[in-house]
Ligand binder design. Structure first.
Ligand SMILES: Cc1cc2nc3c(=O)[nH]c(=O)nc-3n(C[C@H](O)[C@H](O)[C@H](O)COP(=O)(O)OP(=O)(O)OC[C@H]3O[C@@H](n4cnc5c(N)ncnc54)[C@H](O)[C@@H]3O)c2cc1C
Length: 399
């Protein structure tokens, strides 16, 4: 393999999206991951428990890059409405894609199908190389570039190293980039369920005192649930017999979709948040969950990483075309400045929401109820929030 201008470690949604964006613009890029590239799911293979709500602006980006058309129809589905309500007050709010003239707000997609589509697209691109499985053992930088040593003894040179290696980011840790950590004190139980009533292409979330419970609409008529609650309770729910779990789940969801009639394999994922104080080190840029991890209540983590990828690609493609060094701090600073000012308010707003909805005292419950109903009635504010739900407010994703 010839050496690349950019070496990306971590082929999750953020890293693989950046690789496609760069290769699409002719910037030589190598993507490495310690896990093998995900194979495309075979027809009839059950839908994996991990799915994501990808907003309309990110779907638009994937359409332009020739990624979205690779997704099998049964593994992604649109949602046109969002309904949110509070168990502790009369507060409720709804969003509809028609409010911003869009056919839908976003699409629920199986994570492994999206990854397989990204990797399939990369295989067609002559500017992209993928090494998976492969590990980065170490790297050293000088004024001309960086040299990366792989676990198998090979060496690669590049101008920039991108850490897209997830929340635990070994690269971020090794570079000594500090983070503010947030222990939500919650785990998310995820699984797919069938319900008595149709989901009507609507994503729904009920805020319980223990955490939010979301039902996301799937292409096969079932819903994917994300039930965030304290870790002990999540384990208890995961171990309940199927019928008892179905009864508790339907009750916790206010029977909004009637009875829960079938339950798939349940999985429990611990939830922790973080925000890196800097996104840049010497010839190093953080991307996606390596830079920020948010609570899944807003379904935004992957979307923020896709926005990061678009913003970083924008700077790198410009620098490549004008012959500038891609690892130069002046090339990268607009990325850090732009994305931190875009991501930080989102991280803080989600943290604030998570705390507000867990607070169980009467004045705060009343404030929540009043606030949700008020926002629901203020047309311009609601349109702005609906546009944000579609990703239309992220400057990096404007077509
Ligand atoms: C329950 C739940 C529901 C969610 N729902 C949504 C949603 O609806 N919408 C949304 O936008 N977001 C959602 N998210 C958030 C979303 O899943 C993450 O933000 C997103 O997957 C992060 O992508 P990433 O590429 O940054 O990191 P990751 O997906 O963690 O990818 C990191 C990659 O780096 C690789 N790696 C790690 N270490 C090394 C190493 N040392 N060497 C080489 N490779 C390495 C890993 O193998 C992996 O492939 C949800 C999260 C949870 C927990």
């Amino acid at each position: 393999m010839s050496d690349a201008a950019v070496l990306i470690v971590g082929a999750g949604i953020a890293g693989a999206t950046l690789a496609v964006l760069l290769a699409d613009a002719g910037v030589p890029v190598t993507l490495i991951d310690h896990r093998p590239s995900p194979p495309a799911p075979t027809s009839g293979q059950p839908l994996d428990a991990r799915v994501s709500a990808i907003h309309a602006a990110a779907v638009g980006l994937y359409e332009r890059l020739g990624v979205w058309s690779r997704l099998p129809a049964g593994r992604q589905a649109p949602f046109g409405r969002i309904e949110v309500w509070d168990a502790g007050s009369a507060g409720r709010i709804g969003f509809d894609s028609a409010q911003v003239g869009q056919p839908w707000l976003g699409r629920i997609v199986e994570n492994r199908s999206l990854l397989a589509a990204l990797h399939g697209r990369l295989r067609e691109m002559s500017a992209a190389g993928v090494l998976a499985p492969a590990t980065l053992a170490d790297w050293r930088v000088d004024e001309r570039g960086l040299t990366a040593g792989l676990g198998d003894g090979r060496e690669l040179t590049a101008q920039l190293l991108v850490a897209a290696d997830g929340a635990a980011s070994p690269l971020r840790e090794r570079a000594g980039l500090a983070c503010v950590h947030d222990d939500f004190g919650q785990s998310a139980l995820v699984c797919h369920v069938a319900t008595e009533h149709a989901h009507a292409d609507t994503a729904r979330q009920r805020f319980l005192p223990t955490g939010p419970l979301a039902f996301l609409p799937l292409a096969d008529g079932r819903c994917s649930i994300v039930w965030s609650t304290n870790p002990g309770e999540a384990q208890r729910l995961a171990q309940l017999p199927e019928e008892a779990f179905a009864r508790e789940l339907a009750g916790a969801f206010d029977h909004r979709l009637g009875a829960v009639t079938a339950v798939d394999e349940r999985r429990v994922i611990p939830l922790r948040g973080l925000e890196a104080e800097r996104y840049l080190g010497p010839r190093l840029a953080l991307l996606g969950d390596a830079a920020h991890v948010v609570h899944p209540l807003a379904g935004l983590g992957a979307n923020l990483g896709i926005g990061d990828a678009a913003a970083l690609a924008h700077q790198l493609v410009r620098a490549h075309r004008s012959g500038r060094d891609l690892g130069w701090v002046e090339t990268l600073r607009p990325y850090e400045r732009g994305r931190r000012s875009e991501n930080l308010p989102v991280v803080q707003a989600i943290r604030g929401l998570q705390r507000l909805f867990r607070a169980d005292n009467a004045p705060l419950r009343a404030l929540r109820g009043f606030g949700l109903l008020a926002v629901d009635r203020i047309g311009p504010l609601k349109r702005l929030l609906t546009a944000a739900a579609c990703g239309l407010t992220d400057p990096a994703l404007r077509a």
